[in-house]
Design a binder for this molecule. Structure first.
Ligand code: NAD
Ligand code: GLY
Length: 371
């Protein structure tokens, strides 16, 4: 059962020596045995998905894996960012142990970033590490969270505070899965796509400005190009700096502000991508105040975020202190200095730990709030 022609699949490589892996991008990949089976470590397979994604895609994936040689089980978790907890990971460990799965089992994450991050962490820790495959079904997961091996869960005090670097064996991006994705979730994914243009590729940013309506309408060529270019940039950065000792931190543009918004508002109330959208606007305004972005560039950042239907204002109920308390917990900070990703131009970013505290406090006080 391989209905996908190899010519209709783009394949990129995440180059990490013996831990290198392919990212396959194409329509209908969920039905392709040829792109999936070679990445299984042994005959034991645990699909991890959730209650929203399972009715759409679990049966198709099970059919693709149907074979007398494979022992395929499943865990269906509740939906939502609020379930990205150690308790959910424990449910995956329990299912693996109940099935008697050994170190040659493979976990398959079928879902968005929440399922992907938790499945990856379960794989990283089960019997000290087993293989896993990412089948991301949100745009955000297809362009960002499924690639690069950051896995983990939230803690009530902070986003993604518990986790591990653990690379998947392969990433299969079936672009057809986006047809069932709610528009708000598509916009959240576009935040991360815009991020790549802002930090690394001005030409891509210009392309995004032109093609944003096509992307929101899921025009196949535009969607495929956006996913491919995003994954290329992410793969390049991860290959250069797998464990975020330097350049990988640029992928966190807007995230320090965004994580504070997500945690303060209660996980799931603001989507991750929405919080990152507002956070990127905050980073852009701060970059302008530092003299690096002119008014035109700042307006273009606001314009593209709004074109993607993302918020460019912060929540009404957050004080500067609400931001600062959360931002001080950010994993990028070293020696009590707040490290922020700022823009030096459209398409160029830097990591800075020298933002004057009064400048940051002014920004947090003055940045527009939602009505
Ligand atoms: P999500 O996983 O919660 O998915 C969003 C919603 O869409 C959920 O309700 C989900 O069930 C539903 N859904 C998924 N696929 C669907 C489909 N095809 N059709 C219909 N509904 C579908 O959220 P997300 O935006 O995919 O991911 C956000 C998470 O990713 C956050 O926890 C964030 O911290 C994490 N993240 C991780 C990394 C990383 O490098 N590991 C990078 C970025 C974000
Ligand atoms: N999304 C940030 C990273 O993968 O590093």
């Amino acid at each position: 059962m391989s209905s996908v022609s190899p010519r209709s699949v783009d394949t990129l490589d995440v180059s990490l020596g013996e831990r290198s892996y392919p990212i396959h991008i194409g329509a209908g990949l969920l039905t392709s045995r040829d792109h999936l089976l070679p990445h299984l470590a042994g005959r034991q397979v645990m699909i991890v998905t959730n209650e929203v994604v399972a009715p759409h895609y679990l049966a198709t994936l099970r059919a693709t894996l149907a074979s007398a040689d494979l022992d395929v089980r499943e865990v269906i978790l509740p939906d939502g960012e609020a379930t990205k907890t150690l308790a959910s990971v424990e449910r995956i460990w329990d299912a693996l142990l109940a099935a008697g799965f050994n170190r040659r089992c493979t976990l398959i994450a079928l879902g968005g970033g929440v399922v992907g991050d938790m499945t990856g962490y379960a794989a990283a820790s089960y019997q000290r590490g087993v293989g896993f495959i990412q089948i991301p079904t949100t745009l955000l997961a297809q362009v960002d969270s499924s690639v690069g091996g950051k896995t983990g869960v939230n803690h009530p005090r902070g986003k993604n505070m518990i986790g591990a670097f653990w690379q998947p064996r392969a990433v299969l991006v079936d672009t057809d899965t986006l047809v069932t994705l709610p528009a708000r979730e598509l916009s959240a994914g576009l935040a991360e796509v815009i991020k790549y243009g802002l930090i690394r590729d001005r030409e891509f940013l210009v392309w995004l400005e032109r093609e944003m309506s096509a992307l929101r309408e899921l025009a196949p060529d535009a969607v495929r190009h956006a996913i491919r270019r995003s994954c290329e940039i992410k793969a390049e950065i991860v290959a250069e700096d797998e464990t975020e000792q330097g350049v990988r931190a640029l992928l966190n543009l807007g995230h320090t502000f965004g994580h504070a918004i997500e945690a303060h508002q209660g996980y799931g109330n603001w989507l991750h991508g929405e919080a990152v959208g507002a956070g990127m606007m905050m980073a852009a305004v701060l970059s302008a105040r530092r003299g690096w972005l002119d008014a035109d560039a700042l307006a273009r950042v606001g314009g593209i975020l709004e074109a993607a239907a993302l918020p460019v204002r912060a929540p009404a109920n957050m004080t500067p202190d609400d931001f600062l308390v959360r931002m001080r917990l950010d994993k990028k900070n070293l020696d009590a200095r707040l490290r922020l990703i700022l823009l030096t131009a459209l398409g160029e970013a830097c990591i800075r730990d020298d933002t004057p505290p009064d400048q940051l406090e002014c920004l947090l006080a003055e940045f527009p709030r939602l009505a």
